[in-house]
Design a protein. Structure first.
Length: 352
């Protein structure tokens, strides 16, 4: 397994989610590494490698592992697959979240969504990007959509008024049809889109004016969903890769620098790499180039700075706001048995 970034310290500090490659593979970009890594393996066994230019590699550090390793191979393979997909940005909007709760019918709903959204945009008469079924991917059980600006561009106040009036008329018509029953799948999907848009418009009004109306629109959306799931034909979207962990709503990469911007686990409690008694304290904020602590303590830091390794003999553990699961300091902590808690959003609370 290889992680790399073009940002110095990006992997070690956990400032980004780096590119990942698992070997052996047949991706042309990694041809040079595919030739070189077997030699490293025969010479050092499992090792932590730092290198420059994966396409024309220069190895600047090779450190053999002396302890057990742990990682999530499914997560790494998911990132590797997504590296090869065109498009810089994948999002999980509300429609994608609905698909998460609609197993076995995702593709059928995606086709309906694209068709009816295109019709709604034509009726509005305002330019907007129209998604295609090919703009959706599935990682594990989650569905992501290529980022599209599907919001109609309304440039003139008269156009806003016209669209608002049309939206109210269409909402009223579809709400009546839903109460009468007998709507086909396409009409139900159109209603779901209109109800969602109308709900967004109501959210812009003061709560005392819109609370009851929003509750009513929400109920209508739920009815649309239930009826859709009851009549739509089974058509699951096959996953690109099997994955059990839930991902963040956003997967993004920068094509110019060839690095991941975001693709990590979701957890409000962070990730404990090495267990420890973190609640016992004492705690001390870490500042780069600071002298060793006067007494054994838990360091609280924003990033997994590489130089923290030199303080291992003086500390009880590390609590980090950021940090990468496979960063070099995380690997060292595993080998030393140094308690390490990373990706904790409220890490600073220990200092309060």
């Amino acid at each position: 397994m290889l992680e790399y970034s073009r940002q110095p310290g990006g992997v070690t500090g956990g400032r980004l989610s780096p590119f990942v490659a698992i070997f052996p593979n047949d991706i042309p970009r990694y041809a040079a590494l595919t030739r070189d890594l077997p030699l490293l393996w025969r010479t050092f066994g499992a090792c932590d490698v730092e290198l420059l230019r994966p396409e024309d590699p220069v190895f600047v550090q090779v450190r053999p592992f002396t302890g057990a390793l742990c990682g999530d191979e499914a997560m790494l393979r998911a990132k590797m697959v997504l590296q090869e997909i065109e498009g810089e940005r994948w999002v999980q909007n509300e429609f994608c979240a609905d698909l998460l709760e609609s197993p076995w019918v995702e593709y059928a709903l995606i086709e309906l969504y694209c068709e009816e959204l295109a019709r709604v945009l034509r009726d509005i008469g305002a330019p907007a990007e129209q998604p295609l079924p090919s703009d959706f991917i599935k990682i594990g059980r989650q569905v992501f959509m290529r980022d599209r600006d599907i919001t109609p561009q309304l440039s003139h106040p008269s156009q806003v008024m016209r669209v608002g009036y049309w939206m109210f008329q269409e909402y009223t018509r579809l709400a009546t049809s839903l109460r009468q029953g007998g709507m086909i799948a396409g009409e139900l999907m159109r209603a779901a889109i209109i109800f969602r848009t109308y709900y967004d418009l109501l959210e812009r009004l003061p709560a005392w004016m819109s609370t009851r109306k929003r509750a009513r629109v929400f109920d209508l959306r739920q009815q649309c969903r239930q009826q859709l799931l009851a009549i739509v034909s089974p058509a699951p979207l096959p996953p690109l890769v099997t994955l059990t962990n839930r991902l963040q709503p956003l997967i993004e990469k920068d094509q110019a620098s060839l690095r991941w911007i975001s693709m990590d686990y979701v957890s409000e409690q962070g990730v404990v790499i090495v267990p420890g008694d973190f609640a016992q304290g004492p705690w001390q904020a870490y500042l780069p180039d600071a002298p060793p602590p006067a007494q054994p303590c838990f360091l609280v830091t924003d990033e997994l700075y590489p130089e923290i390794y030199t303080l291992f003999p003086y500390i009880k553990g590390i609590i980090c706001h950021g940090g990468g699961i496979h960063s070099h300091l995380a690997l060292l902590a595993r080998e030393w048995g140094m308690p390490l808690w990373i990706q904790l959003p409220d890490a600073q609370r220990f200092l309060q």
